[in-house]
Design a binder for this molecule. Structure first.
Ligand code: 2YY
Length: 373
């Protein structure tokens, strides 16, 4: 296994790319979807089940783990991989986004952010330096810069001043990260929906130099059309030979549209969170299992799906255990959704390698009914 971090592009089809990120803990096939393991667990899944869905890497969160059980305790116990029994790569988000979306009583200054824990109200502080320290204590393989992600809609001046702050924080993140062979630091592009500000951000990040580049500041309520509008140009503003990571995305058709526009990595809570609320994503669209029309249906969620939920259970059963609030409901639907999301990624990787992405995308859209099925 390599001791370095590297990215190899294997094939392109239009703007879509497929390749592999090599890390000391394993290879990440791209385009890649990262399940979200916020509090050191992908909710309702065992790590071996997450691996069985085809995931090569999962995401952890600085914000949640610093509050509970603390990064220092995880470090004392051998680091996040050992702690959560996942020996493949882990990418950790840097905490700024979660502070702004979850914490109370936040105070943002040039130095960083002070905030109150959403768990117990205790006071905490994050800065580029402290975020790098926490992510090093966790032992994550891919570390994200500490940035500020402004809520949209926001006026251009707010977007510009926020992006400038994030670029100053990117430099401080780089300086604090130091030289850690085998570990990667990714910069995060900001700039809202403004093409010139995103270009400025991309230039600033490249001048600092990172192992990968995230398109940040999206999936914050702007809607798919506006997001795709940014993705029509933003990936090309970033280095062609480094991984491009779109943060927080998304629904199946968001993911396909992002890969089509040159994105290599994504993460989203959607498949796991929806699994717990009874929403199953399938090739033919979304199944809301709580709907009474499923209560006598002997068919699986998807006849062509090979996941444990589809191999062993009927919609009638899944309807029953959801209605009865049984734990197996979240387990089976989460497993199905994560399996399906990985099937989408594997299908795109194969199609890009074969030069048939356009046909694959047409088939993907043709199979999907509008609305519930
Ligand atoms: N450091 C950093 N992290 C980010 C995380 C993000 N996550 C999103 N979107 C998530 C959207 C989201 C939120 C909740 C659910 C659900 O509950 O289902 C689904 C999607 N946008 C994001 C942007 C950033 C960013 O600029 N910087």
């Amino acid at each position: 296994m390599t001791q370095r971090f590297s990215f190899d592009l294997h094939a392109t089809d239009g703007k879509a790319r497929t390749g592999a990120i090599s890390t000391p803990r394993g290879v990440i096939r791209t385009p890649a979807f990262m399940p979200v393991g916020t509090a050191a667990t992908v909710k309702a899944m065992l790590p071996e089940s997450v691996a069985a869905t085809g995931a090569d890497i999962l995401l952890g969160n600085t914000y949640h783990l610093m509050l509970r059980p603390t990064a220092e305790r995880i470090a004392r116990l051998g680091g996040l991989h050992k702690f959560m029994n996942w020996d493949k790569p882990i990418l950790t988000d840097s905490g700024g986004f979660q502070v702004m979306s979850l914490a109370g009583l936040r105070k943002l200054t040039e130095e960083g952010v002070t905030f109150k824990s959403h768990i117990d109200g205790s006071r905490h502080h994050l800065s580029p330096e402290r975020s790098m320290e926490i992510q090093a204590l966790l032992g994550s393989d891919i570390v994200m810069c500490f940035d500020e992600c402004p809520a949209l809609p926001a006026d251009r001046d707010r977007i510009k001043s926020s992006m400038d702050l994030s670029m100053r924080w990117a430099q401080r993140s780089r300086d604090a990260f130091g030289d850690r062979p085998g570990h990667a630091l990714f910069g995060i592009q900001q700039g809202g929906l403004e093409q010139d500000l995103r270009e400025e951000s991309a230039q600033a990040l490249q001048a600092i130099g990172f192992d990968g580049y995230a398109v940040g500041g999206l999936a914050v309520g702007e809607g798919q059309e506006a997001m795709f509008g940014v993705l029509d140009y933003a990936p090309d503003q970033l280095p062609v030979d480094k991984p491009r990571y779109l943060m927080g995305v998304g629904k199946p058709d968001d993911i396909v549209g992002a890969v089509k526009r040159g994105i290599d990595m994504m993460d989203c809570v959607l498949p796991s969170r929806s699994g717990r609320t009874g929403q199953a994503f399938t090739r033919h669209g979304v199944v809301n299992i709580k709907n009474a029309r499923h209560q006598d249906d002997p068919r699986p969620l998807d006849e062509a799906c090979t996941c444990p939920a589809c191999r062993g259970y009927s919609r009638a059963y899944l309807h029953h255990v959801f209605r009865a609030n049984e734990m197996i409901s979240g387990m089976l639907l989460t497993w199905h959704n994560l399996h399906y999301f990985q099937q989408i990624m594997a299908g795109m990787r194969d199609a890009i390698s074969a030069g048939t992405f356009a046909a694959w995308e047409a088939d993907f859209h043709a199979l999907r009914a509008q609305g519930d099925i």
